[in-house]
Design a protein. Sequence first.
Length: 293
Amino acid sequence: MNTDWNWFFSSLSQSAAALIGIIGAFVISRLIGLSERIHTAKSNFDDLVIKFNQTKSSLSNRRFSWYVRNQVDESDKISEAIESGEFKNLSDQEVLAKIYNLEKKLFKVDDEILKAFRGLNLKIKKSHDQQRDPLGFTSGISPKLLDLKPAGFWDNLRDEGEAINSLKVEAISLIQYFQKNKTEAVSLSVTIKPLRIIILLLMVAFPLTVIYPLHFMPVLLNNPPEVTFNPIDILKTLFSLKFIILFILFLTIEGIFFYFLIITKQLLVSSSSIFSDLEFDYMNIKSYSQFFE
């Protein structure tokens, strides 16, 4: 029975080449899809940064100080607490904590709130002193009746509050979009790393399962191949036409794989750039305005 090893090496190299080609095609399609997704994620991030800057600029133009000052000044809860003596002997921090507890919708403009509180406290005290008769009785007139507001004041106060709250809702929505964008970037980064490993394995598998078996061919009939380390045979092989053809094939395929490794590196850098950009705390409400919490 004649033994022809050429069939074995030919079938082995062809099967390996076909398998490597199928896996390579899968990797390429995945890389193209990932490239599009990363580009989209980066573009979405840039759009979110533009909206962040717009929202922050709009908030910087709002009249926080004027709004909270008048909110404190017109607060029935705070006035009642002052009249009942609940603020006596409290430190500034304790006063602020109590005011924020009474008026939960106030923005955190501490200095202005303390200033407004002191003014309201003084106004109530003076009003009581002016209304007190010689026998020690008060007239029962609210100090607010003595402090008339100009026409349109309440509409302006309401509009300002609605504008600020609308921008705050917009800021909260942007934070959620930034979080979604970050999650997408993490997912893409995790997906790229296994593809790099697959490409590296293909780069190793190709010379071992395709190039190496082909270098044995052609094998003489009934002459089993042998692995030798004869320098003369090695030199003869290096300067043969078969070696040149196989070397060109090796460089071509490995060059393609290396190119896709570079692409994966670029995609990792692109996805990582989103993380580096997120070092600025876009997902902190205080980044939009110092008066939010």
